[in-house]
Design a protein around this ligand. Structure first.
Ligand SMILES: [Mn+2]
Length: 244
């Protein structure tokens, strides 16, 4: 048996091929797993649980099917879908975990997160993050009419695309000192995250101990899944187009 991890699918109406690959993944792989962890940016944008779009309904049905079939599904917010809330959770059976969570993986402790808190060189983003994760900001925003929030979401997407074009590779990636700091703070030698869209299994040392940082890939060009079993860990990529 195994536990699966995915992140950064960035599901949106404009990319039905990614949604189809996700549905296929759920029906063929996740359904047989011990658990599924979704480490943020499942959706390209989420402006509140009250938005009732066909895409949302389809994805929620997939999760409901999994949890009804006794496959536990866990979710950690990304920087695109941090407004996913209680109603989503109630309707799908998906459990929302704190932004930095410790889990037991077949006897080994892993720290899991979206990964945006590791990118400390991006000072503007960290400032926005602190504000947008606060209770007062979310309460104020969620009080706005849905139409206005949809407009804000579209604007934010545009702006982040423009800004990120000019940010250097280093700013967009994790800060290694922050990785070490967080792994030490939680006392783990395994960290799993997404966000940077740079899939890899990094091996390095902290105080003479071998540690691993697993980065999940995004789903823009292919499906990216981390499969963990009692004695193995594998990052696999599969084409979005489903054959046969
Ligand atoms: Mn992200």
């Amino acid at each position: 048996m195994n536990t699966l991890f995915i992140a950064d699918l960035h599901l949106s109406e404009s990319r039905p091929d990614i949604t189809a690959a996700f549905v296929h993944f759920v029906e063929t792989q996740a359904i047989h797993a011990d658990a599924l962890y979704v480490l943020g940016d499942l959706f390209e944008v989420w402006v509140g649980d009250d938005e009732d779009a066909p895409l949302h309904r389809q994805v929620m049905q997939c999760f409901k099917h999994l949890t009804d079939s006794k496959v536990p599904v866990f979710f950690i917010h990304g920087n695109r879908d941090f407004l996913i809330g209680k109603r989503f959770s109630q309707r799908t059976g998906v459990q929302i975990l704190p932004e930095h969570s410790l889990i037991d993986l077949y006897g080994k402790t892993a720290l899991i997160m979206h990964g945006d808190t590791l990118c400390t060189a991006d000072i503007d983003y960290q400032k926005f993050r602190r504000q947008s994760r606060s209770w007062w900001w979310q309460t104020a925003v969620l009080c706005l009419p849905l139409k206005i929030r949809q407009h804000m979401g579209a604007k934010a997407r545009q702006k982040s695309q423009q800004i990120n074009q000019y940010k250097s590779e280093e700013i967009m990636d994790v800060t290694q000192a922050e990785v070490i700091q967080q792994m030490q703070a939680f006392g783990v030698n395994l960290l799993i995250h997404g966000h940077t869209h740079r899939p890899a299994i990094h091996q390095f040392g902290i105080n003479g101990e071998d540690v691993q940082r697993v980065v999940l890939g995004d789903w823009y060009e292919q499906g990216s899944v981390l499969t963990v079993s009692a004695d193995n860990m594998q990052l696999t990529h599969s084409p979005l187009a489903i054959e046969g």
